[in-house]
Design a protein around this ligand. Structure first.
Ligand SMILES: [Ca+2]
Ligand SMILES: [Ca+2]
Ligand SMILES: [Ca+2]
Length: 480
């Protein structure tokens, strides 16, 4: 009898393991798999800038494809050799990067994943006989025995991805097609040809982050736009000259000058870096790559645009607003206080982290040329409070980040805040005082169960200052 019960337990446990194995997920701390579709060229070399930065995070992500594609202006002139040239410069400093963090791939390993899409515009490049090295490569990567999601960053036109999906639908069983497509996660920088709308309409279950419509309306513009009330000098041409282009080795030297806007495609991979804030399966939680909510946007189809704007056919992860008050350091008394301006908008969901991710870039550029002791490295954020806790309405509780440290022995600056838009609760939660490693908070008054997100920013006093984060999600239940 006892043995029978034990067998039942084992069978039950195996059933749970089997059911889990069908889910696609990336465990905490695991690297995200990434394929980039890039319209990298010399005419608007912002993709070349983004690629320089991406390579500095090539130890934090598994870069499994760098595919040259076209866009709305240029579809027939593709530049895989420019991608290879930048990897060549990376290869010269790769050994120095390894003095700072493990896991940077060799230039040769990266060259192996450079592929080419089809040199045709948008949907002209999708259908029978339109397979390319790039579209086949994505299928091959999807078919690998790897249960993690496969992220596709779309930095230009998306027709190579459209061809992949067209082919899967045509050649695979319905069940297998569903399984392969469920592994895909798309983060597109607007629609840069007419295939984005086609993909979303024909593959309604596909996970898709995008701001449809004109480029100036994209959330990603928060990467470079000058916003009154924010520290804008960190995205100035002078900043890039000093921190990237000059005296930072061969990879920095190949970083091209700004033509229109700097690094418009970068938010798509900043979204995936494991920094304690980002949570790629939850676009609505907010990240270095912005914050997005799941709904069917009402696209303005009357606007004249280079790509016809069509009605959205189904919900997607798209533009969401944050209301953000920057903080400043005070000379006396409480060390970090709110600034006098408050900004609301979707671009703010990227811009609010700009100083932090720009400093992170600058530090990694230093890693290209400096010894470990001469450069800065980010703090280690170790939390005492679990990632998720449950409290009652109006309950006072503690948030504890007192185990954080810094590998360089730098002093640490702590700042806790309630990321209100990331949670369900409409009432702000109170923290007293926010600028300590361990703080007390009061749950808002709730009538039904709500979630409240608290973020701890841990910033070191090295040069440049580097920040990592922790997120604590508090479920607040009504008082009995
Ligand atoms: Ca470009
Ligand atoms: Ca681009
Ligand atoms: Ca440090």
């Amino acid at each position: 009898m006892i043995i029978q019960q034990q067998i039942k337990k084992i069978v039950f446990a195996l059933a749970i393991i089997a059911s889990l194995s069908f889910q696609v997920f990336c465990q905490e701390g695991q690297k995200q798999r990434l394929i980039v579709l890039t319209d990298l060229d010399y005419f608007e070399p912002d993709d070349a800038q983004s690629l320089v930065r991406l390579l500095l995070y090539s130890n934090q992500l598994d870069i499994e494809g760098l595919i040259a594609t076209g866009n709305a202006e240029n579809a027939d002139d593709l530049y895989p050799d420019y991608i290879r040239k930048i990897i060549g410069e990376y290869d010269k400093i790769q050994a120095n990067l390894l003095k700072h963090e493990d896991g940077f791939p060799t230039g040769k390993e990266l060259l192996n994943v450079v592929k080419v899409g089809i040199p045709l515009y948008g949907m002209e490049g999708v259908g029978e006989g339109k397979d390319s090295e790039g579209s086949d490569w994505i299928i091959a990567k999807l078919e690998e025995k790897d249960e993690r999601p496969l992220w596709i960053n779309v930095w230009g036109g998306s027709n190579t991805l459209a061809q992949t999906l067209w082919k899967i639908k045509k050649t695979e069983s319905e069940k297998e097609a569903k399984r392969l497509i469920s592994k895909l996660r798309i983060y597109a920088i607007s629609d840069q040809d007419d295939s984005g709308a086609w993909i979303r309409k024909n593959f309604p279950d596909l996970f898709y982050i995008v701001s449809p419509g004109r480029y100036q309306d994209g959330t990603w513009v928060g990467m470079m736009s000058v916003i009154p009330g924010l520290k804008n000098d960190v995205v100035s041409n002078f900043w890039f000259a000093e921190n990237v282009q000059q005296a930072h080795g061969s990879l920095g030297a190949i970083y091209p000058n700004v033509v229109f806007g700097v690094e418009g495609d970068t938010p798509s991979f900043l979204y995936l870096i494991n920094n304690g804030l980002n949570s790629p399966e939850h676009p609505d939680w907010g990240s270095w790559g912005g914050r997005y909510e799941y709904y069917t946007p009402d696209n303005d189809t009357t606007v004249e645009w280079r790509i016809p704007i069509v009605q959205e056919t189904r919900p997607i992860w798209t533009n969401a607003e944050d209301t953000y008050t920057p903080t400043v350091e005070a000379p006396y008394g409480m060390s970090i206080v709110n600034d006098t301006t408050t900004i609301t908008g979707d671009k703010v969901t990227v811009s609010r982290w700009r100083e932090e991710f720009q400093n992170d870039f600058a530090a990694r550029m230093d890693w290209c040329v400096k010894e470990y002791e001469e450069a800065n490295h980010p703090p280690d954020v170790e939390m005492v409070t679990p990632k998720e806790i449950t409290v009652k309405s109006r309950e006072i509780f503690q948030l504890d980040g007192t185990k954080c440290s810094d590998p360089d022995g730098d002093g640490l600056i702590y700042y806790w805040f309630n990321y209100q838009e990331a949670g369900s609760c409409k009432e702000p939660a109170r923290l007293f005082p926010p600028n300590s490693a361990k703080v007390r908070a009061m749950a808002p008054k709730v009538d039904e169960t709500e979630t409240v997100h608290f973020i701890l920013k841990v910033t070191d006093r090295g040069t440049p200052r580097l920040t990592r984060y922790a997120r604590v999600i508090v479920t607040v239940e009504p008082a009995k």
